[in-house]
Write a protein that binds this ligand. Sequence first.
Ligand SMILES: NC(=O)c1ccc[n+]([C@@H]2O[C@H](COP(=O)([O-])OP(=O)(O)OC[C@H]3O[C@@H](n4cnc5c(N)ncnc54)[C@H](O)[C@@H]3O)[C@@H](O)[C@H]2O)c1
Length: 371
Amino acid sequence: MGKEVAAAIARWCALVDHPVTPRLTAICDINPAALEWFDTVTTKVTDYHDLLSDESIDVLYIAVRHDLHEQIYLDAVAAGKDFLGEKPFGIDLDAATRIVDAVEASNVFVRCSSEMPFFPGAQAAFERIRSGSLGRIIEATNYFSHSSDLDLAKPVNWKRQQRFCGASGVLNDLGLHALHVPLRLGWEPASVYAVLQDLVPQRPGPDGALAACDTFENATLLCAVEQEGGRFPLTLGMKRIDPAQKNTWALRVTGMEGGVEFSTRRPKTLKVMRLDGQEQVWQEVEMGSQSDFPTITGGIFETGFSDAMLQMWAAYLAERAGQLGDRFGCVTPREALASHRVVAAVMRSHAEQSVVEPSALSGRQRTGAGH
Ligand SMILES: NC(=O)c1ccc[n+]([C@@H]2O[C@H](COP(=O)([O-])OP(=O)(O)OC[C@H]3O[C@@H](n4cnc5c(N)ncnc54)[C@H](O)[C@@H]3O)[C@@H](O)[C@H]2O)c1
């Protein structure tokens, strides 16, 4: 992921009139071989403390294994460094709570990574929902799906081992991707019922022998969300084995007065439902390249993952500079904490085969709606 961010910064000139121009000056990895690729970087270190004590560095991007989040994020806060941290923002609810407490007791500007909602189609869908134009919500679905784990020969790695990834497995990996927009809309679930699947218990280890792959591959969550007049169902999916899906992020919301649907499978297409007398008509709007931050790319051209990364970083650095305005911002520490509350509720729901209220799992206040 560090390479993705380096590539986004190298393409910064595609942004039109952004208030900030970042320069990538330093990189850290405990594995010296991983440093080689970063050929334009002047500072290369293997101990992250050397970055924390470097006064020439303003902002860090921290992308490490989940079991390392807490220590490195807390050290960054203590050093007074602003950072964009990776999801899930701590290995579990307790770790996330300690990180967010430290962030909120400090002056550092911290956000969490989640780039998929920066696709133009996702932004357009979000705006239609947020505006209230759908009327009373009937139901909503958001999922994030991969399929490469269908290959049983794929070697085990840290994301497939609880001690590194976290007990919730795929929820720690893909959960925040599916929760970012619902939480931003103020849809923190009032209750959760989850079905978790451990589909592949073993995978080839480094020596080729089978090793434990003790994380859940797939999670399906049926959540209830409060709205005026009664609850509505929010179905969330986080799946490593959803055949034929390659990093597919999809959102579908229907209301009494309209609906929207967007999937990165068809990144050019926003589907919009409107009422036409007694009929309901789904129409397609062709999305171009433009998201929240304008770029030099022609409006008719296609968008992709790298563009979403650029937009996410544009949002982080604009917000840090106090210039986000009413644009869509990155995941806040409180939203990351809220996502951990949902994940903790999922784990209890799975263990007890019951419906669980996330708010009962922590004394922290719920996130608010809006940007
Ligand atoms: N936003 C996204 O779309 C997205 C995609 C993939 C991963 N991620 C997240 O990014 C984070 C990292 O995932 P990844 O896939 O890049 O992992 P990775 O294993 O590919 O890379 C992690 C790097 O951290 C290095 N490292 C380990 N310990 C270190 C330490 N103490 N100091 C410095 N470097 C250290 C490793 O050598 C490795 O090069 C995770 O939180 C993951 O959930 C986000």
